[in-house]
Every structure is written in C-alpha cells, then in structure tokens.
Design a protein around this ligand. Structure first.
Ligand SMILES: C[S@@+](CC[C@H](N)C(=O)[O-])C[C@H]1O[C@@H](n2cnc3c(N)ncnc32)[C@H](O)[C@@H]1O
Length: 211
C-alpha cells in the first residue's frame, strides 16, 4: 500500500495516508458505532477515503445482516448507510478519488451499474457529503461556509434532508457546556437548519446527480 504520493505533497499538505491495519484497529475502538447503519462519521481530512471506505464496508455488513432478506429494505438502508458518512478534503484529486472509492464499495455491494437510479442517487449524496474544501476555515473552494446534509430515512423509500452549517455544528459541545453563556438555550434554537427539503425518493435524488 502506497502511503505517500510525493514528497512535495507531504511537505505542502501533510499528505501521508493511514495504513489499513491501523485504520481497522482504530475503527475497532468504536466498533459498535461502525456497525450502526445510521451512525454519522465525519473525516475532516479524508484523503482518498482510507477511513470512510472501511466504515461504509462495516455499515453495509450490518445492512446485510439486518435487511438482507428484503431487496427493497437492503437497497434503501444501504443508501442510508452511505448518507451517514461525511468528509472534507482540500485537494481536488483526493476528493474525487474518495467519492469514487466509496461509491465503488456501495455499487459492488448492490451490484449496481452506472445507469442504475440508485447508483446515481448515491453519486448525488456523495457530491454533498464529501466536500471539496478546507476543514480549518470551514469553507468550500469558493469560500462559501460548508453545509452538511443531515439525512433521515422516513420509510417507504423516502428520505428527509436538512442542511446545517458546519461551523454551527462544531460549536455543539460548547453550547451545552455547563456554565456556558448558551447553556440555557434549547438546542432547537441554535441548530436551526439552513434549509429543509421536501421528502425525496431515489429517482428524485438520481435526477439531481450532475455527472
Ligand atoms: C495525513 S493525510 C490523511 C488522509 C486520510 N485521512 C488517511 O488517514 O489516509 C491528510 C489529508 O488532509 C488533507 N488536508 C490537509 N489540510 C487540509 C484542510 N485544511 N482541510 C481539509 N483537508 C486537508 C490533505 O490533502 C490530505 O489528503
């Protein structure tokens, strides 16, 4: 496994990838969460997905165990699993590789072709969840504050999307800390979504995929 692309990239961006044995050992520390279909993971410097890919693999194993008997549920919960992983990456080539790598695991699990609506829906989800941007400034490559889509499964093939600003989400802990100025504010007053979308099905998401 190649852990470095070039010395220059290591110097410029600290780009050294984590070996898979170490990734698996780290994920085992939160094993229960990695096997929970809708547990959310954010990798703020996700590279080409060395953490996100095995997380998706573990979640898909959980989908198979729980919903393997029903093709409809299996497909829709697999998409929910995908919807729960998030990443930010500064370098354009890495974020594209990351989306490709995660999508490949999903497509292989469900035996999807590129024209399948579920493949295109996954492409759309990953274009939102895996952000090309800067995790330190919390803005995308256009300088716009990063927002993340929170996805929920409503059943019967319908999903709910609500978008939240990343910078607000990172303040969650301080808002609820004892003695904080904001401690007595209800979370609902602080974590207002920037946008709430009408429930969507796979075909509607597939139609929004741009590539
Ligand atoms: C040490 S590598 C780790 C990649 C991956 N997490 C892994 O463990 O294999 C760090 C990654 O963070 C990216 N990066 C560096 N600064 C960043 C920033 N401010 N925001 C987002 N990504 C950044 C680099 O391009 C590189 O892909």
């Amino acid at each position: 496994m190649n852990l470095v692309k070039s010395r220059q990239r290591v110097a410029d961006h600290g780009e050294v990838f984590t070996p898979s044995w170490m990734v698996e050992a780290m994920l085992d520390l939160v094993k229960g969460e990695t096997e929970r279909i809708d547990a959310r993971f954010l990798e703020p410097a996700c590279g080409s997905g060395n953490f996100l890919v095995p997380i998706v693999r573990r979640k898909l194993s959980a989908v198979e165990l729980k919903y393997g008997a029903s093709e409809f549920e299996r497909r829709h919960y697999a998409l929910l699993a995908l919807m729960s992983v998030y990443g930010i990456e500064l370098l354009a080539d890495n974020i594209l590789e990351c989306r490709d790598n995660v999508l490949a695991v999903f497509a292989e699990y469900l035996d999807l072709g590129e024209d399948d609506a579920l493949y295109r829906a996954a492409l759309f989800v990953l274009s939102l969840n895996l952000v090309h941007g800067d995790a330190l400034t919390m803005s995308d490559t256009h300088g716009v504050p990063i927002t993340f889509a929170e996805w929920g499964y409503l059943g019967r093939g319908r999903y709910q999307r609500r978008d939240f600003r990343f910078d607000n989400l990172t303040h969650a802990a301080s808002y609820s800390a004892e003695g904080s100025l904001f401690a007595d504010l209800g979370k609902h007053e602080i974590f207002t979504p920037v946008k709430t979308y009408p429930p969507m099905g796979v075909s509607e998401m597939a139609a929004l995929a741009t590539v």
